[in-house]
Design a protein around this ligand. Structure first.
Ligand code: ADP
Ligand code: ZN
Length: 809
């Protein structure tokens, strides 16, 4: 009897087996989905990992049906899932759930809905599909059982799958998640037909519809041959889709897609000749490739790292290889996508894309056998990548490469390094401020180092200035949260017609409300954290759980009537900036202002177009934005950055200051950065003032070595959570005892987490320090053993346990 070994899309740390009915034997192979029953009556699409032979008398459930003709997951992906599950101590079902695009995650609990933004082509639908479409128009939500009934099919899943692939249906759970980019199609005459209009008319003369369409377009685009909105043009001129499509196919009309306001065509194509330093860096990179070592590309902002990536991608493409390009979500801008689309076929894996588009990107990566650039944020490591020839990790130091919630808690950069090794393909880790870990690896000779010390254009690195805010306040040289120095610099920059970025890493108006009588700070009722005041909506909000109350007039503890707002966030800075510069246009960029569907793109476009004079924002303003006209960056409070309870706080503060500084003076003129700080002599601020990256690294390395933190050891954080504080403490105590008997004293804790209570759950932490070398696997085994022996017992099995391998903080 043949048996399929499968992964179920459930948080279960094992594989399951189903018997294959004789008539399906040939169609089951690794990587296809099969429908199986699990639990009393639930059905899931499981991924086959292997087909095995078992004795005929083995008692197993039979699989119900085979969902795919061809594998939707490749062998190398299955291998990677299994490595990730074991390294990151996550159930393999969690890894599968993280990996698969929504369109491949059907189960019997799935609820199907219509995508409100897609108008399907009814005429091309099969009868069964049309019945499904019709049913969905009358009943907005359908369970699979209902689909079975309405469409009169035995197996609803393949039908629904088809609808998902066509893109007009999606799963209900996805509907809420999609934050779409604003996209539309544009058309104009292709440059070739513009140069040879007679030829173009000749080629379309046999169809009146096409000739008319062409005439209309010539009239519309004008002498500058401007792009026209395709749908609008078609409607206004009453032109059929067929005529337009025929002209596009003949190459007479050029069609491009605009995403969030930018198109590939709007970026000029420039031929690049690498400069001498760039060529030198390229040689180092290739040396690393030959030695099969990961390469760290340390290049200051605007030194040409992206141009080097483009060179490397071209090279990989000459060998028909796939390329994976990873970067933080927030740096995944249309600017960069456009820049790359000029050169390459790009499949973008983007959380802003609809489920159908993400499914299409997956299929493209699976089946396209030419050169393909797969571009995406951390989850792009899950894309199918046959024939992988190069991996680029840009901004490799970014903490957002690490996923925390939900499991698997993986780091995409480290996964990329693992992939490079397992797939035998080169990897480049690029950054203006590479992580201590990567630089350490380079210094130890495990990684190769390539460097670019200068910006490509003559623009010098920006000038940094620090302002002592304590002194300024004592001398009363402040206006609200602004020092005189910052206000002067702003005035100067604005007068030159350049714009200003103000960075503050807290959103909201003030960060807490405190009673002047008893000192009580208004806190969240569910978390041990203060509430942030948002002035616009007049609310106190918990940024961890979303708990919201109206601001208090009286202290909720003693009833005192003098309650002050303390600390400041972006909302307050924006308000003050607008008051200081009433003629300037001030915009705010943080989670609160970019929640809307197109808000982020609209804001970026406004800044690019020079419609924003002062942009106030959180971390969001520091990453990846490539604005030409930023002359000044103000860091409103550097102390905030240095006060996180995080062994990487200093390194991150330095990186952040460098990063925001990189936003200024990118092209020609010299930019300026004003750093406001209560402790201006803090060593990290002093090092940042001198752009002293290696000084910072040397200093931090000494500290990390002394206190035994990465890169000298690996960390595994184990967090235990429960409502009942006493029970949690007992559980943590016993767990620690068990752990001690297995791994000795190589851990800290248990202690309460920095936020001791979150969403009503108390949290205790144990931090395991694993020596470098190959003992990691053994330690993970022992931790799991203790977990089983102590926490899966009736006393404690309600305690929630979270393993975080190589945690961010
Ligand atoms: P980074 O990725 O390091 O921030 P970029 O690759 O974006 O730097 O380069 C900064 C700017 O300089 C870009 O506009 C880029 O096109 C330009 N540039 C870099 N190298 C060259 C080159 N060799 N020739 C012409 N322009 C270049
Ligand atoms: Zn809360």
């Amino acid at each position: 009897m043949q048996v399929a070994e499968v992964i179920l899309p459930l948080p279960l740390d094992k594989l399951f087996h189903y018997a294959i009915p004789a008539d399906m034997v040939g169609s089951v192979c690794p990587g296809v989905r099969i429908l199986v029953q699990f639990g009393a009556r639930k059905e899931y699409a499981a991924i086959v990992t292997r087909v095995l032979e078992a004795p005929d008398e083995t008692e197993l459930k039979y699989l119900i049906s085979v969902l795919d003709e061809h594998p939707v997951v490749l062998e190398h992906q299955l291998l990677q899932w299994s490595w990730m599950a074991s390294y990151y101590m996550a159930p393999v079902g969690d890894v599968m759930n993280a990996a698969l695009p929504p369109g491949l995650k059907l189960s019997s609990q799935s609820i199907v809905v219509l995508d409100p933004e897609v108008v399907p082509d009814e005429s091309s639908m099969s009868d069964a599909l049309f019945r499904l479409y019709d049913a969905l128009r009358n009943h907005p939500k359908l369970t699979l059982d209902e689909v079975r009934e309405f469409c009169q099919v035995k197996q609803p899943m393949p039908l629904v799958q088809k609808a998902l692939e066509e893109g007009w249906a999606l799963l209900e759970e996805e509907l809420k998640k999609v934050a779409r980019a604003k996209r539309r199609k544009l058309v104009r005459l292709s440059p070739e037909s513009l140069a040879n209009l007679d030829g173009a008319f000749e080629a379309s003369k046999r169809s009146t519809a096409q000739t008319e369409a062409l005439l209309a377009l010539v009239a519309h685009c004008g002498s500058e041959n401007n792009f026209q909105d395709k749908r609008g043009f078609q409607k206004k001129q009453n032109i059929t889709s067929a005529a337009l499509l025929a002209l596009i196919k003949k190459g007479i009309i050029e069609e491009v897609e605009e995403i969030d306001g930018t198109t590939a065509a709007s970026a000029p194509m420039t031929e690049i000749t690498l400069s001498a330093p760039q060529l030198e860096a390229l040689t180092s990179i290739q040396k690393g490739f030959e030695a099969k070592k990961p390469v760290v590309l340390h290049g200051v902002t605007a030194s040409g790292k992206t141009e080097l990536y483009i060179t490397l991608i071209k090279e990989a493409f000459t060998k028909h290889k796939r390329v994976l390009y990873l970067l933080p979500e927030i740096a995944l801008t249309t600017q960069l996508i456009s820049r790359l689309r000029i050169h390459f076929t790009v499949a973008v894996s983007h959380s802003k894309f609809s489920p159908a588009e993400r499914l299409a990107a997956w299929r493209e990566a699976l089946t396209n056998d030419g050169p393909l650039l797969v571009l995406g944020a951390r989850s792009a490591v899950f894309m199918p990548l046959p024939d992988l020839g190069l991996i680029i990790v840009d901004e490799e130091h970014e903490s957002s490469f690490k996923q925390y919630e939900p499991s698997p808690r993986y780091n995409a950069r480290d996964t990329a390094v693992w992939m490079s090794n397992s797939r035998d393909c080169p990897v480049v880790l690029g950054s203006a401020t590479p992580s201590l870990e990567s630089m350490f690896n380079a210094r130890q000779g495990r990684y190769e180092l390539a460097q670019l010390h200068k910006r490509f254009h003559t623009a010098p690195l920006p000038e940094l200035e620090v302002v002592d805010m304590l002194g300024a306040k004592q001398r009363r040289e402040v206006q609200g949260n602004f020092s005189i120095e910052l206000v002067d610099a702003m005035r100067h920059t604005l007068s030159k017609g350049e714009s200003v970025i103000l960075f503050q890493n807290r959103r909201g108006f003030s960060t807490f409300q405190q009673c002047q009588t008893c000192g009580h700070i208004e806190g969240c009722t569910r978390c041990d954290i203060s509430l942030t005041f948002h002035k616009g909506p007049q609310k106190l909000k918990c940024h961890y759980c979303g708990y919201t109350v109206p601001p208090v007039m009286k202290c909720s503890s003693c009833g005192g009537e003098s309650v002050l707002h303390k600390g400041f966030g972006t909302e307050q800075i924006a308000e003050e900036a607008a008051a200081l510069f009433p003629n300037a246009s001030v915009k705010r960029m943080d989670l609160d202002t970019t929640r809307g569907k197109h808000a982020f793109g609209d804001l970026i476009r406004a800044v690019e177009n020079g419609e924003v004079d002062i942009l106030v924002g959180t971390q969001m303003v520091t990453k990846g934005l490539d604005f030409d006209r930023v002359g000044l960056v103000g860091i409103m409070s550097a102390d905030n950055l240095l006060s996180y309870p995080d062994f990487r706080a200093n390194e991150r503060a330095f990186q952040l200051i460098e990063q925001v500084a990189g936003r200024t003076g990118r092209r020609t003129s010299k930019g300026k950065v004003v750093i406001q700080a209560m402790k201006p002599r803090h060593s990290i601020i002093q090092l940042a003032l001198n752009h002293d990256f290696s000084g910072m690294q040397a200093k931090e390395l000494t500290i990390r070595q002394e206190y035994q933190y990465p890169p000298f050891v690996r960390l595994i954080t184990i967090t235990l959570k429960h409502r009942d504080q006493k029970l949690l403490q007992r559980a943590a105590g016993e767990f620690a005892r068990s752990l001690r008997s297995k791994i000795g004293d190589r851990f800290l804790g248990p202690e309460f987490a920095p936020i001791a209570r979150l969403k009503n759950l108390y949290q205790m932490q144990i931090i395991v320090k694993v020596d470098k070398g190959n003992i990691g696997a053994k330690v993970r085994e022992r931790i799991k053993k203790s977990h089983q022996e102590v926490l899966l017992t009736p006393d404690f099995n309600r305690v929630k346990v979270v393993f975080d391998v190589d945690p961010n903080a």
